[in-house]
Structures are given as structure tokens and as C-alpha cells.
Design a protein around this ligand. Structure first.
Ligand code: ADP
Ligand code: MG
Length: 652
């Protein structure tokens, strides 16, 4: 409990004790008959009002103040106003104990609500524990003639390229590359993955992971504001701003609901007083009961709380949902479109064969690796890895990435093209496909002919074909199961899009079991395919990609899901849902959490409206008294909150 919650609890207890004593004094005739209450009716009323005002003000002064403040601002119709109106009415008609009693219930409800919201917020802020407090940088010291010295600074003061020491047990403060030491890093707070990952010199480390075993030194590759931690925090903090449709519905609902209820209460009072044989104060009492039950607190509290809970539950699994609206969208997904490379497959290609054409194999790999050395495409990273040894960057000139096709690079002053068949066709190289199955990376030298890649020079000669490298990717271990679970979670249609060739696409599609696939697509064509799917959709269409050259598709889908987002800024920005690791199994989990959240929201809306309307009718008919009314109200709210908290317990 926070300090404020403790203070409120104390107030509630004090008021309850005072109210209890007053009830003993005034209501229990064995005692009250001995007390000399004034005979005069008016004096008696004033005395009782003053007595019961004590617990009333102890527990409810802030509600009254709040209501007056809002009236000052012109926003009269809200729950505080309803509470004030109803309780002052209770004093007016001589139901003295009702007023503090009702206020007491109301505050118990408020306390409960604030604890529940706090709990949800905590589950999100647990994630915020990834925030490092300080960073130990190694900087040349002034006294010690430039010898490196450990200096503790705020992470935001560390510059790119500085060396940071991370001891075991500490959090990596800033993204960087290990330059000294070997250790295991726990990325649980970021990815929900609890098994530590071994890291050694040359490996990337993401801020927010915890160093488990040995001290390491890292050279920072980003400023703190651009580091993984800062990006995630920003995303989580903003997530609750984006309201779901059902949340907005509640806001709009209470705007016309409250005045409508006040008018109804007045009507009920008038009708009872004029057309029945009830006294004026009895009629007022009915109107007041009606007012009291009508507070939409259960809805106002539990709906955002459920979304909050859903976002929190997801984030604990390494699934960041950027807003309630996206959680709502995710619940309605019936078509999932997946990118192939890096999404269904590992994106770590192994070189199966090298088929050079009039140069040697080593030279072919050398050229390919050089050309690919600046790209972060999975194909490129695999080729660089296969090359293994040091890459001499000084040979490399200008490099251009041709999305969905390959690379154009200047090496030793000459133009080279490295990429797929489509790229070879475009530059007019005399190439041939390979008989081996797999992704084929062709290499050609010389300027392109008749293409916008040729710098407007029409070459006499076609680029010279230097051969190709055959690479193959493996399915992620959980891909097949993930797709089965997706279907189980209610997704009807699973589609795969890829820029890779037909043969590879067919094999992967068959192996994991997607319904439809489209191969040989450029990034722009992926958008077109998605649009075609959007046109004939029955539910929402989600796209899952790794953010590498598929950001436009991510943005265009109803729900864009980026995976393996650790370190990929483009993906974090373009997507609506971000999976911190690249585990496809998290997608059915995300869908399940979303569906559960929405189900709970709907349950709460129906349940609380039904109980409310029931008690309102009873109140108007004179069957329910004020205590039942408040009890109903607070009770429904508490049940709705408890129901909302169930989201936290969604299992994967
Ligand atoms: P996917 O849809 O499978 O994620 P992309 O659209 O990123 O694939 O790329 C499509 C194809 O283009 C790849 O299969 C590969 O043949 C070729 N390609 C893309 N980028 C490169 C690159 N940097 N080097 C070589 N080939 C590439
Ligand atoms: Mg891709």
C-alpha cells in the first residue's frame, strides 16, 4: 500500500468507529433513552446533523471538495457530484446515519480500486525495473596521466564509443558490444525468456539485460536515449494513452449518462410525490436511492483496469502492446500474415555450396561478404559470418541496398551486384539458376545494363557473372507448434509472404503448415498482397515481420507485430505489438491474452449494467433501501475489479 492508501484506510477506520459509536448513542434505545436529546424537533435535527457530520466529513471531505471544485470548472455531472448530492439529500430527509455510511462504502470502493490499479501498474513497472540507475565508464583520469579510471555516472551522460564496465549482478546500462570478458546475460526483463544467454567478445548486449556471471567491458553503440531500455520505457509509458474503443465508449457513456440519471431521479421524486400517497421525504428518498445506484463506477474503473491488466500480463511475457486499442484489435484477429525469413525461419543461413564462375570460391565469398558487410539483412549477416575472417573495409566504396533483391557495392573501385535472380535479371547479367534447393545469392561484376541501377550510362557489355552461393535456412524450432496454437486460439487463416524464391517458399510453407503463400515478392508487393487480404477480410489482419525491410507492411496491417525487436528500431517504431524476442510462440499467447481481456471487459459491462438496472428498478419501486443501493454499487465494483485482475493470470 502507498502512503496515501494507508492514510485513506486510517480515515475509513476512524470514521467507521465514530459512526459506530454514534449509532450506539442514537439508535440503540437502551442507551439513547438515557441521553437527554432536545425535545424540540428542530433542535434535535440540528444536533443529529452536526453529530453525523463528524464521521461524514472525516471520510468524505475530499469528495465534497472535489465535487465543488468540479462545479467551479463547470463539470458537474460525475460520480463525486452524484455522491455529494445523494448524501446531502440523506441529511435533508433525516436519514442521518445513511450519509456517512454511504460515504464510507464509497471510500472503501475507491481504496480498493486504487490498490487494484496500483497492482496493475506495478506489473508494468516491474518491467521498468530494467532501468539502470548508473553506469561505470572507464575514462582517462586527469591526475593519473590519462590512465583509465572507473567513474560512476548517470547512464545518459555516457557517450557513444565509450567503454563501460558491467559487473556481475548489474544491469547493462547502454547498448553496446563486448570488448573484454565472457559472461551470461539474463534478458528475462526484456524478453520474458528466463534462460541466460552466453555472450563473449564481439557480441551485442542490450541495455536492460542483467549480467549474471563475470565482469565484462562493453563499447557503447548508442546513446542512452536511443538504447533499448529507453525505447521500451517510452513505449510502455505511452501505451495507456491509446484508448480502446470500449474505453472511449465508457467516457462518452458517462457524459450523457450522469445528467440523464439526475433527471430520472428528479422525475421519480416528482412522480412519487404527486401521483402516489408517499410523503415528500419518502419520495425524495426514492429519488436518492436511484441516484446512488446509478454511479457508473464499476464500469469506469474496471474497463481501463482490464486493459491495463492485459497490457501488463502481455509485457511480462515479453510482448509489448502499444495501446489498449491494439489489444482490442488483436482480440479480433482472424488472419495472420507472416514474413518468412527471420519470422518462420531462423534467418541464420548456412552456406551449402559455392559455385564460382571463372574465379575461385574464396574470392567469390570474399566479394560477397565485403558487399554484405554493411547490411543487417539476415542473408547478409549469414554470408559475413560464413566468411569468418577479417573483412578489409578499406576496399569497400559506396554501398546501396536494393530492398528485396540484394546489394550494389563498389569494391576496389569496381561495381558489384550481389543478390537474387530478380536482381540479375534487372541488371542484365547472364546468370543461371542453381539445381540445388535453397536461397541463391548471385554475384556479378560490372555496370548494369538498361536499368535504373546503371547510373544512366548505357553499357555496351553485360555485367560479368561470377557465380553464386547456395544458402539454406532452418525453421525455428517452435514454428509449427506456434501455428497450431494460433489456430487453436481462433485464427482461421495463416498466410506467408516472402521475397525468396518459389522453391524455398513451397518447402517452408509445407513444413510449417500455412494455408497460402506468395513468393518472389518485393517489399512493395508485400504491401499489395496485404491490401488484397484486407479488402476481403472478415476479421482483423495481423502481419508479423522482423522489421527489416517490411516496415511498410507492418504499418499497413490492422495490427503490425514485430518480432526480435531487441535492437531493431525500425520494428519498434512501425509495429503496434512488439515481441522482444523472436519466438513465434508468443503470438498465440498475445492473441489469447487479448481475447481474455476483451471477454472480461464485456463480462464487466454486462454484469454491472444488469445489477445496476436491477437495483435502480427496485429503488424506484421502493423495495431497495439506501444501504442495499450502495452495497450493490460498491459490491459490483469490487467484483468487476476482481474479475479484471484475472487477466494477470493468463497462462501461456
Ligand atoms: P523475406 O521476404 O524472406 O524476408 P526479403 O524481402 O528481405 O525476404 O528478401 C527477398 C530476397 O531478396 C531474399 O530471399 C534474397 O534472395 C534477396 N536479398 C535481399 N536482401 C539481400 C542481401 N542483402 N543480399 C543478398 N540477397 C538479398
Ligand atoms: Mg524479411
Amino acid at each position: 500500500m502507498t502512503k496515501k492508501q494507508k492514510k485513506n484506510l486510517k480515515r475509513i477506520i476512524t470514521a467507521a468507529v465514530v459512526l459506530g459509536l454514534l449509532l450506539l448513542l442514537t439508535e440503540v434505545s437502551a442507551i439513547s433513552s438515557h441521553i437527554p436529546f432536545p425535545e424540540n424537533a428542530i433542535a434535535r435535527r440540528i444536533l443529529l446533523t452536526l453529530l453525523f457530520l463528524v464521521p461524514y466529513l472525516i471520510v468524505g471531505y475530499d469528495v465534497v471538495l472535489g465535487a465543488f471544485k468540479k462545479i467551479g470548472k463547470g463539470q458537474i455531472f460525475d460520480e463525486e457530484f452524484l455522491m455529494m448530492l445523494a448524501t446531502i439529500g440523506a441529511f435533508a430527509i433525516g436519514e442521518y446515519p445513511e450519509a456517512p455510511g454511504v460515504m464510507l462504502f464509497y471510500q472503501v470502493g475507491e481504496l480498493f480500486q486504487s490498490i487494484a490499479v496500483g497492482r496493475s501498474r506495478k506489473s508494468i513497472s516491474d518491467l521498468m525495473d530494467i532501468c539502470p540507475d548508473s553506469a561505470t565508464v572507464l575514462r582517462p583520469s586527469e591526475e593519473n596521466e590519462g590512465k583509465l579510471e572507473e567513474t560512476e555516472v548517470d547512464p545518459s551522460e555516457v557517450e557513444i564509443g565509450e567503454t563501460v564496465l558491467v559487473k556481475p549482478g548489474e544491469k547493462v546500462p547502454i547498448d553496446g558490444i563486448i570488448v573484454e570478458g565472457t559472461t551470461a546475460l539474463n534478458t528475462a526483463a526484456l524478453t520474458g525468456e528466463s534462460i541466460p544467454v552466453d555472450k563473449t567478445i564481439g557480441d551485442k548486449c542490450f541495455s536492460g539485460s542483467i549480467n549474471m556471471t563475470h565482469a565484462i567491458k562493453i563499447r557503447t553503440t548508442a546513446a542512452y536515449e536511443d538504447s533499448t531500455v529507453a525505447k521500451i520505457l517510452e513505449l510502455v509509458e505511452n501505451s495507456t494513452d491509446k484508448k480502446a474503443r470500449s474505453e472511449n465508449f465508457i467516457t462518452r457513456f458517462s457524459r450523457f449518462y450522469t445528467p440523464a440519471v439526475v433527471i430520472c431521479a428528479v422525475l421519480i421524486t416528482l412522480i412519487c410525490a404527486l401521483f402516489t400517497n408517499l410523503s415528500v421525504s419518502q419520495s425524495l428518498y426514492r429519488g436518492l436511492i436511484f441516484l446512488m445506484v446509478s454511479c457508473p463506477c464499476a464500469l469506469v474503473v474496471s474497463v481501463p483496469l482490464s486493459f491495463f491488466g492485459g497490457i501488463g500480463a502481455a509485457s511480462r511475457q515479453g510482448i509489448l502492446v502499444k495501446g489498449s486499442n491494439f489489444l482490442e484489435g488483436l482480440a479480433g484477429v482472424d488472419t495472420i500474415v507472416l514474413d518468412k525469413t527471420g519470422t518462420i525461419t531462423e534467418g541464420r543461413f548456412a552456406v551449402d555450396a559455392v559455385h564460382p564462375n571463372e574465379i575461385d570460391a574464396d574470392e567469390l565469398i570474399d566479394i560477397a561478404a565485403l558487399a554484405e558487410s554493411r547490411s543487417n539483412h539476415p542473408v547478409a549477416e549469414s554470408i559475413v559470418k560464413a566468411h569468418g575472417t577479417h573483412i578489409d573495409n578499406s576496399r569497400l566504396g559506396e554501398v546501396e541496398e536494393i530492398a528485396g533483391k540484394g546489394i550494389r557495392a563498389i569494391i576496389d573501385g569496381e561495381t558489384y551486384f550481389v543478390g537474387n535472380g530478380a536482381l540479375m535479371n534487372e541488371i542484365g547479367a547472364d546468370f543461371h539458376e542453381c539445381h540445388l534447393p535453397g536461397t541463391i545469392v548471385h554475384v556479378a561484376r560490372g555496370n548494369a545494363r538498361n536499368s535504373n541501377l546503371c547510373n544512366n550510362v548505357t553499357e555496351e557489355k553485360a555485367p560479368e557473372y561470377l557465380g553464386h552461393i547456395v544458402i539454406n535456412d532452418v525453421l525455428k524450432s517452435g514454428s509449427k507448434e506456434a501455428l497450431t496454437n494460433l489456430r487453436r486460439a481462433g485464427v482461421k487463416n495463416v498466410v506467408m509472404l516472402t521475397g525468396d524464391n518459389e522453391k524455398v517458399a513451397e518447402k517452408v510453407a509445407g513444413d510449417v503448415g500455412v494455408d497460402t503463400y506468395f513468393a518472389g515478392l518485393l517489399p512493395a508487393q508485400k504491401v499489395e498482397k496485404l491490401e488484397a487480404l484486407l479488402e476481403k477480410k472478415t476479421g482483423n489482419v495481423a502481419f508479423v515481420g522482423d522489421g527489416i525491410n517490411d516496415a511498410p507492411v507492418l504499418t499497413r496491417a490492422d495490427i503490425g507485430i514485430a518480432m526480435g525487436a531487441l535492437g531493431s528500431d525500425a520494428a519498434i517504431e512501425a509495429a503496434d505489438v512488439v515481441l522482444m524476442n523472436d519466438d513465434l510462440a508468443k503470438i498465440p499467447v498475445a492473441v489469447k491474452i487479448a481475447r481474455k481481456t476483451l471477454r472480461i471487459v464485456k463480462e464487466n459491462i454486462t454484469f454491472s449494467l444488469a445489477v445496476k438496472i436491477g437495483i435502480m428498478v427496485l429503488g424506484a419501486l421502493g423495495i431497495a433501501d439506501m444501504k442495499l443501493a450502495v452495497f450493490g454499487d460498491v459490491g459490483v465494483m469490487i467484483l468487476a475489479i476482481l474479475n479484471a485482475l484475472r487477466v494477470h493470470r493468463t497462462r501461456s
